[in-house]
Design a protein around this ligand. Structure first.
Ligand code: NAI
Length: 351
C-alpha cells in the first residue's frame, strides 16, 4: 500500500457508517505494537469506498513507520472520511466520528490531516479524549504542528549537507517547492542560517510574497525541479519524484516535508543510481507528530524541542544503515521501521 514498501497487512480495519450524520469511512489500525495507532483524519473526495480504504491503508502504514523511527511510543493508524455530497452538518459529522474513535477505546489516536482542522478536532473532543491537535494556550504544547515539522526538516537538512559537503547550510542553495504552512516556516529557518532560497508555489500571490519576504529567487511551479541547487525541499504534494521528475532533478540532496515524495520504490532506486542523496520523507517530517504525541502524553515543550532537534541524528542512523547494507535510503528506512515494530519498544526510547 505504501508506495515505497511492499506493504504489510494492517492489524485491524474499523468501518464507519452513520448515514444520519453523513459519516462514511474507515479507521485503519496498522499497528498498535508500540502504542496507540496514531495518525490524522483525512476528509477527502473519493470515487468509492474502496478508494478511501486503499488510501487509509497506505497512510496508516506510513504513520506506523514514521512513529517507529521517531522513537515515539505510538503505533500507526489513519482515519479516512468520504466527503459528503452537497451541504452537510460539519459538527454532527465530526461528533459522529468522535464516537467511532471512542469505540476503539484508545487503540486509535486522531488529529488533523488534509481536509480537517483544529475546529473539527474540537468537535471530536466532545465525544472522546483520544484526539490531539487541539488549540494550545500560549507556550503550551499543542496547536499547529507545522513549525515543528519545519524545524525537524531543517535538522535533517543540516545533517544531509554536512554528510555530502562537510559544511553547513550557510551559502547553500535550497529550492523549496510549496510555500504553505511548512514551506513558509522552513524558508524562515533557512534564511536565518544564511541559505540561498529558490521558491515556487502554484498560488502566485503566495509565491511572490514569500520571495519578497526572504529575498528568494522565484521560479514557476513547473520549473523548480530544473533548478541547479544543493537541496531540493519538496513541501507541496506527494509523488513529485516519478520517473520524469528524477531525470529532471538537478539537486544533490532531496530533503523536505511532503509525504510520499517518491512515486514508487523504483524511483528511490533511480535517485540512488544518479548519486542523489534522498532523505526518506517520513524520517525527516516527523516533527509534527512528535508535537501531537507530546500533547497527548503531557510532555513538556522542552521535550518536544529536544526530540525534534534529534531529527538529524535519526536521519544519520538511517543513512549509515543504508551505506553499511548497500541499500537505497528509502529501503533502509522501511527495513529499520519494520524491524523496530517487530521487536517492540525499548524502555530507553521512552520519555
Ligand atoms: P499546505 O497545504 O499548507 O501547503 C502546501 C502548499 O503547496 C500550498 O501553498 C500549495 O499552494 C502548494 N502547492 C501545491 N501544489 C504545488 C505544486 N505543484 N507546486 C508548487 N506548490 C504547490 O500544507 P503543509 O501543511 O505545509 O504540508 C506540506 C506537505 O508536508 C504535505 O505533503 C503534507 O502532507 C506534509 N506534511 C505536513 C506536516 C505538517 O505539520 N503540516 C507534517 C508532515 C508532513
Amino acid at each position: 500500500h505504501l508506495h515505497q514498501s511492499p506493504g504489510t497487512p494492517p492489524e485491524a480495519v474499523h468501518v464507519m457508517r452513520d448515514p444520519a450524520n453523513g459519516l462514511e469511512g474507515v479507521i485503519v489500525l496498522h499497528s498498535t505494537r508500540l502504542g496507540p495507532a496514531a495518525g490524522g483524519c483525512r476528509l477527502w473526495r473519493y470515487p468509492d469506498a474502496a478508494a478511501a480504504a486503499t488510501d487509509a491503508l497506505r497512510l496508516a502504514e506510513g504513520m506506523a513507520y514514521k512513529n517507529a523511527l521517531a522513537d515515539l511510543p505510538l503505533g500507526g493508524g489513519k482515519a479516512v472520511i468520504r466527503l459528503p455530497q452537497g451541504k452537510f452538518d460539519r459538527a454532527a459529522l465530526f461528533r459522529a466520528f468522535g464516537r467511532e474513535v471512542e469505540r476503539l477505546e484508545g487503540r486509535y489516536l486522531t488529529a488533523e490531516d488534509v481536509g480537517t482542522g483544529v475546529a473539527d478536532m474540537e468537535w471530536v473532543r466532545t465525544e472522546t479524549a483520544h484526539v490531539a491537535g487541539l488549540p494550545a494556550a500560549q507556550g503550551a504544547v499543542g496547536g499547529d504542528p507545522s513549525p515543528w515539522t519545519a524545524l525537524g526538516v531543517l535538522s535533517a537538512m543540516e545533517e544531509a549537507v554536512r554528510r555530502r559537503h562537510g559544511s553547513g547550510l550557510a551559502g547553500a542553495t535550497v529550492a523549496v517547492q510549496g510555500l504553505g504552512h511548512v514551506g513558509t516556516h522552513l524558508c524562515e529557518l533557512l534564511a536565518s542560517v544564511g541559505a540561498r532560497l529558490v521558491v515556487a508555489d502554484v498560488d502566485p500571490g503566495r509565491a511572490a510574497a514569500c520571495a519578497a519576504r526572504f529575498d528568494a529567487q522565484l521560479v514557476a511551479p513547473d520549473a523548480i525541479l530544473d533548478v541547479p541547487c544543493d537541496v531540493f525541499a519538496p513541501c507541496a504534494l506527494g509523488g513529485v519524484l516519478d520517473e520524469r521528475g528524477v531525470v529532471r532533478l538537478k539537486a544533490e540532496i532531496v530533503c523536505g516535508a511532503a509525504n510520499n515524495v517518491l512515486a514508487s520504490d523504483a524511483d528511490g532506486l533511480r535517485l540512488a543510481k544518479r548519486g542523489v542523496l534522498y532523505c526518506p520523507d517520513y524520517v525527516v517530517n516527523s516533527g509534527g507528530i512528535i508535537n501531537v504525541c507530546a500533547e497527548h502524553l503531557g510532555w513538556s515543550r522542552a521535550e518536544v524541542e529536544r526530540r525534534v532537534g534529534q531529527t538529524g541524528e535519526r536521519l544519520r542512523a538511517v543513512l549509515d544503515h543504508a551505506e553499511q547494507r548497500s541499500l537505497a535510503p528509502h529501503r533502509a528506512a522501511n527495513a529499520l521501521a519494520q524491524a523496530r515494530i517487530a521487536v517492540g519498544y525499548t524502555a530507553s526510547a521512552q520519555a
